[in-house]
Design a protein around this ligand. Structure first.
Ligand SMILES: [Zn+2]
Length: 196
């Protein structure tokens, strides 16, 4: 029996997973970026790490069968399936009040960093530094000259990434509310987490 957690536009939700559980992060309405974090259940200092996962896979865009790792190079998530075109940025920081100021966007816009802090506060936790999120469905392209360009997400409605937890962990997904760069192709929309 599946269990669906809807993520309203611009907000974040979490799910606690045991080792071996499988979850889908669903782009319910299409073209929506979903900032995704995973924290080791017992220790927030150990979390899904983009830099460690890029080193572990020797890739900047992860694909099915890749095993993403923690800050301690321990397996955290295996990608089982991906129905989207497979472009999930691993380079950009989460949007934040500070990034909105940096890019000239309204500083009081909702943002993924505050969304993450709010979810962690719900567990009575806080993290000292914000890990780089895995920006599911974010279409950031690295050009041959090393420059980076943002394109609107090409994910279609219903596209999903299916993941297996390789340890007990908390998965947190934020339906990115950013208005910078049109990364979600228009008005930000919701998403969903489905435990299968
Ligand atoms: Zn964001």
């Amino acid at each position: 029996m599946t269990h669906t957690i809807d993520i309203p536009a611009g907000e974040a939700r979490s799910v606690t997973l045991s080792e071996g559980e499988v979850v889908r992060v669903v782009n319910s309405e299409g073209h929506q970026v979903v900032d995704t974090w995973a924290f080791c259940g017992a220790d927030l200092a150990e979390h899904l790490s983009m830099e460690h996962s890029r080193s572990a896979t020797y890739r900047i865009l992860f694909k099915p069968e890749d095993v993403l790792v923690s800050t301690r190079f321990r397996p955290m998530l295996t990608i089982l399936d991906d129905t989207s075109p497979g472009i999930h940025d691993t380079l950009h920081a989460a949007c934040s009040t500070e990034s909105n100021v940096f890019y000239g966007a309204p500083p009081d816009n909702p943002n993924c960093q505050d969304n993450l802090k709010d979810v962690l506060a719900g567990f009575g936790r806080q993290c000292e530094t914000i890990p780089c999120p895995w920006n599911l469905f974010e279409h950031a392209v690295v050009r041959d000259d090393g420059s980076l360009v943002d394109e609107p997400s090409v994910a279609e409605p219903g596209d999903y990434v299916e993941l297996r937890a390789e340890m007990d962990l908390v998965l947190i997904c934020s339906a990115c509310p950013s208005s910078v760069g049109d990364i979600s192709h228009g008005t930000p929309r919701g998403a969903a987490i489905v435990v299968i």
